[in-house]
Design a binder for this molecule. Structure first.
Ligand SMILES: N[C@@H](CCC(=O)N[C@@H](CS)C(=O)NCC(=O)O)C(=O)O
Length: 202
């Protein structure tokens, strides 16, 4: 399998962390891809022009990160995403919650770093910040109830919080969220997360 990736994408991190958890990382051939390059060939594999994109050995392309993670998990027999029952929907909902934090944070990152200053909108940025804050408050309420065994939802939570630490330390997400902080402090030491901690390329 070939994974089109960029080194700082939190969605890519999610996929690679899950691959580590499942013992599949060595089966991924990593293909560095700049999704922002206007002449990138990425759209030939993924018309949405986004990483992560997983290319299967039969030529099929899978996107986006929830689909890729579910695929990898199915390969090894549903270890991080329960096959059915209420637990499945809870895990998927938690994944969507943390993905939503990432979606809003990425929009802020784009606004601040890729958009001309004259075009930036404080109103738009505030909408995204409010989304992040609301989602984090819900995550705070969920953190104490997490199972000891990791699942896809928890791993996505960790990638979202890691991304906030990486790009938005000034948001101080730990402030007023002691349960989430406590949970993350332990959970972030998992080898899969240590191996994928985001860093700017040197
Ligand atoms: N919902 C997608 C989001 C992926 C995404 O937004 N990736 C970013 C990199 S962090 C990207 O490729 N952006 C390029 C673009 O939007 O043109 C997923 O979960 O995979």
């Amino acid at each position: 399998m070939r994974l089109r990736y960029s080194p700082t994408s939190p969605y890519v991190r999610k996929v690679t962390a899950i691959a580590h958890e499942l013992g599949l990382f060595d089966r991924l051939e990593l293909v560095a891809t700049n999704a922002w390059d206007p002449v990138s060939d990425l759209p030939a594999d993924n018309p949405l022009g986004k990483v992560p994109t997983l290319l299967l050995d039969d030529g099929e392309a899978l996107y986006d990160s929830p689909v890729i993670c579910a695929y990898l998990d199915a390969l090894v027999g549903d270890r991080l995403l329960p096959a059915g029952g209420p637990a499945r929907w809870r895990v998927l909902r938690n994944e969507a919650l943390a993905d939503g934090v990432l979606d809003a944070a990425i929009l802020i990152f784009i606004e601040r770093n890729k958009r001309d200053e004259a075009q930036r909108s404080a109103w738009w940025e505030q909408l995204q910040l409010d989304t992040v804050a609301r989602a984090l408050d819900v995550m705070e309420g969920l953190a104490d109830g997490f199972e000891v065994e990791p699942d896809l939802g928890q791993l996505t939570f960790a990638c979202a919080l890691g991304y906030l630490d990486f790009r938005f330390p000034e948001l101080e997400w730990r402030q007023g969220r002691p349960a989430l902080e406590r949970w993350y402090q332990t959970f972030a030491s998992r080898p899969s997360l240590q191996a994928t901690t985001p860093r700017d390329p040197v």
